[in-house]
Each structure stands twice: as structure tokens, then as C-alpha cells.
Design a protein around this ligand. Structure first.
Ligand code: MN
Length: 430
């Protein structure tokens, strides 16, 4: 296992799953697994922890009534007839090996004791600290003893966080992962093409959202990747607008930023459509500027390219075009209208939790073959922004594609989702 190799011989790891998050009173949010835990286990049940040891040790398994040599254990809730009647089927300890692929299962309530007895000899203890401090309900109870003893543990061990290590592993996608992302994109694509036939002035933004999500679910999406953004007119200038409560009006543009989730992997797509089926002159101009940036960046994306530099390239391209057309007066004021960077990693997280920073020794911003990123230039002119000519105010445009980086270039995974303005107009005309 690559992870074990990375942390080294003198280290053990305890990676916590997520636990249910309270929504209100006795209600919890729909369960979302910790993605680093999921990456290592593929296990989607709460209140669990994966322990990884550098070599086999002899462990007493109470439910087997015997000792067994193992180097990895999944601590989990196990079967519980009563709880399962409420919450659904759980994986029993006996099934862990066969169903999850981890060597053995163990009751979660034994974790604290296990750590105290078996992990004393390792110098380094790796854990996902963010999840440890965020444990809820039963898991919190289970680990309170451990947390309470941290002051004792921490003089014997060097505690390290695993997020950077697993994040780095998650950067390059395996073939299986790319296929899951493709499934999510395929479903998302069906949603967007279905919308073009439905959108009409006078609809509510939430009705557009409902149509989109209905298509996702009906094609097998396991969830939506994030809160769907349907932002018409000036609402598009609020980047994470997800109220979706306004009427969409003839003559406005509409930014739809949405994606399906499939088997924990996400799509993240943005298209901008004219509500009445045709772009006006000012809208078309801004749309073409953003589309050019989108396409130029995609044509440059390849292994070895620095993403920060690609982002800067996109901004200067947009700034020059706007400046030459007299839309903006200074081409160094472009951040005011572009707001966000060019894109982000995509995978188990929508903003994939992978490092993209520059250290003196390694530049994690350099694209590598196998990475999946978004390329999503945007332009936003608030309706009350006096710095641009009147006809451009209240226009927001973003065009976002999902890109698989390869050695020689890239593959646009969302190429099938229409973005050429003439084609959009044709499809909307029916
Ligand atoms: Mn995005």
C-alpha cells in the first residue's frame, strides 16, 4: 500500500471516518463520508476508523475468540439488529475482510484501548486531525478518552496529519476514478441538454433547478455534487448564489453551475444560457470573451504547465479584450470583474482536497498527467457598477469544463455539453 510506504516504518495511522452531522434537534444531515477515509477504504458507513500498522502484530479478536496477525484493522460499528431496523444494513466485523478488503474488523468501542495498548512503540502517529476534532455522537464518546489522554500520548509520539499525504495521492486519478467522474459528467450532461428544451421566461430559478436535479436522479446520480446554482440576470454576479428564488426574465442571461455526484465522485459544470433563447449584442460579446478564454486555456492545459500561470494568462486575455473594446478603462482592474481563479481540482471533493501550492522544493501547482481540473473563466458586471458601460451591467457569464490532464495535452470530459453560442440558440429555438 502506497500510503503505508509514505509514512514509513516507524509510523502507525488512525484515519477516522465521518460521523453523522446534526442538522437540527434530533435530525441529522444526509451522511457524507470523510473523503480521505473513503479513498483508502471505499467504506461508506459512519463511526469507523482505519488503523494501519507498519508490520503484522498479533491481535486478539473478541468476536473470533482468537488471535490473528494483522497490519490493518477497520474499527466499525458492526451488526446491530435494532439499529439496523432504523438506519439500514451495516457491515459486520466478520464481513469486513471480504466486503471492504481490510484485513480484519473490530468493534469501534475498542479503538481507544487498542491505541493505548498496541501503538505505544511507534514514534509517529498519523491521523486526520480535522476529523478527530469533528467527531460527533457515539464516535465522540468513543474517542473522548483518547483525546483526554492526548497530553500523555503526545509526549511519546509525534503526531502528524494525513491530509497532505492522502491529498497528494488523490491528485492523480486512477482509471477507476476517471470512470466514476465520467459517469457523473455523463449524467450532468443529460441534465443540461434536457434543460435547453425546458427553459422559458417566467419560470422560477428553483424550477430550473428542480428539472435539472430530477434528470440527475432519474439517470442514477447518487446525489448532487453541491448546491445547484441557477442565477439569472444580476444574481449571476453573486458567485455562490444558491437561493434560486427569482423569476427568470426574458432578455437576461442565466448562469447554471451544477453537477451530479456518482459513487462519491463529482462533476462540476457551468453553462450560461440566454433566458429567451437569443443573446443580445452586449451579452454575446461578453460570452465570446469568456468562451475564448475557456477554449484557449483548455488548448494550453497539459502536464508540466503551471496552473497559476494559466490562470494569469486567462485574466490577461480577458482584460485585453475588454480594454480594447472599451468595456473597461484600465486593464489592471480585471480582478474586480473576474473575481475567482481559473479553476480547481475535481474528484471525491468538488473542490478536490489536493495540494496546489508552491514550496521551494516542489511546485504542486504544476499540472500532472492524470489530474482532473476545472477550467472556468467568468466575468461579472454588477448592475450598479458605474465603471462599465450601461449595456454590460447586470451581466454574469461563466463557462466551466472538467479537464483530464494528459502527458501531451488534455481531454475535455465535458466537451459534449453545448457551449457554442450559435448552437445554444439553435437548440433553444427547438
Ligand atoms: Mn467549479
Amino acid at each position: 500500500m502506497k500510503f503505508r510506504k509514505t509514512i514509513g516504518k516507524n509510523a502507525a495511522a488512525i484515519i477516522f471516518s465521518a460521523s453523522p452531522e446534526r442538522r437540527s434537534f434530533d435530525e441529522t444531515h444526509r451522511f457524507k463520508q470523510n473523503k480521505n477515509f473513503f479513498y483508502l477504504t471505499g467504506f461508506n458507513q459512519p463511526n469507523s476508523a482505519l488503523v494501519i500498522l507498519p508490520e503484522d502484530i498479533s491481535v486478539d479478536f473478541p468476536y473470533m475468540n482468537r488471535k490473528k496477525k494483522v497490519s490493518e484493522i477497520l474499527f466499525t460499528q458492526g451488526s446491530d439488529d435494532f439499529a439496523e431496523r432504523w438506519e439500514g444494513k451495516r457491515t459486520s466485523f466478520e464481513q469486513v475482510n471480504k466486503d471492504v478488503g481490510v484485513e480484519a474488523g473490530m468493534p469501534i468501542y475498542l479503538l481507544d484501548k487498542f491505541i493505548s495498548t498496541n501503538l505505544r512503540t511507534y514514534r509517529y502517529l498519523y491521523t486526520n486531525i480535522d476529523q478527530l476534532i469533528n467527531l460527533r455522537s457515539e464516535m465522540r464518546e468513543v474517542m473522548l478518552g483518547f483525546v483526554d489522554k492526548l497530553r500523555l500520548h503526545s509526549v511519546s509520539h509525534i503526531f502528524c496529519d494525513v491530509n497532505f499525504i492522502i491529498g497528494t495521492m488523490r491528485k492523480v486519478k486512477h482509471e477507476f476514478e476517471v470512470n466514476q467522474i465520467k459517469r457523473a459528467i455523463d449524467i450532468t450532461s443529460k441534465g443540461f441538454s434536457g434543460l435547453l428544451k425546458i427553459i422559458k421566461p417566467g419560470m422560477m430559478e428553483y424550477q430550473v433547478q428542480a428539472e435539472l436535479e430530477k434528470i440527475y436522479r432519474s439517470y442514477g446520480a447518487t446525489d448532487i455534487a453541491y448546491s445547484t446554482i441557477v442565477a439569472s440576470g444580476n444574481n449571476a454576479c453573486y458567485l455562490h448564489y444558491d437561493t434560486n428564488g427569482d423569476k427568470i426574465s426574458a432578455g437576461d442571461l442565466m448562469v447554471i453551475d451544477s453537477g451530479a455526484e456518482f459513487n462519491m465522485y463529482n462533476a462540476d459544470v457551468t453553462r450560461t444560457f440566454p433566458v429567451s433563447g437569443r443573446f443580445n449584442k452586449a451579452q454575446r460579446f461578453i460570452y465570446d470573451v469568456v468562451l475564448t478564454a475557456n477554449k484557449e486555456c483548455i488548448s494550453r492545459a497539459r502536464a508540466g504547465i503551471n496552473f497559476r500561470e494559466l490562470s494569469a494568462f486567462s485574466e490577461s486575455l480577458i482584460a485585453n479584450k475588454l480594454f480594447r473594446a472599451g468595456v473597461i478603462k484600465k486593464n489592471n482592474s480585471i480582478k474586480r470583474y473576474t473575481m475567482h481563479s481559473l479553476g480547481h481540482g475535481l474528484g471525491l471533493d468538488v473542490h478536490d482536497a489536493v495540494p496546489h501550492v508552491k514550496y521551494s522544493d516542489v511546485d504542486y501547482d504544476k499540472l500532472i498527467a492524470g489530474e482532473v481540473i476545472t477550467i472556468e473563466p467568468g466575468l461579472y458586471f454588477m448592475k450598479n457598477d458605474q465603471t462599465v458601460p450601461k449595456q454590460f451591467r447586470g451581466i454574469g457569464v461563466r463557462i466551466e469544463d472538467d479537464i483530464l490532464i494528459t502527458k501531451s495535452g488534455c481531454v475535455n470530459l465535458t466537451a459534449g455539453i453545448v457551449k457554442e453560442p450559435d448552437e445554444i440558440e439553435k437548440l433553444m429555438a427547438g
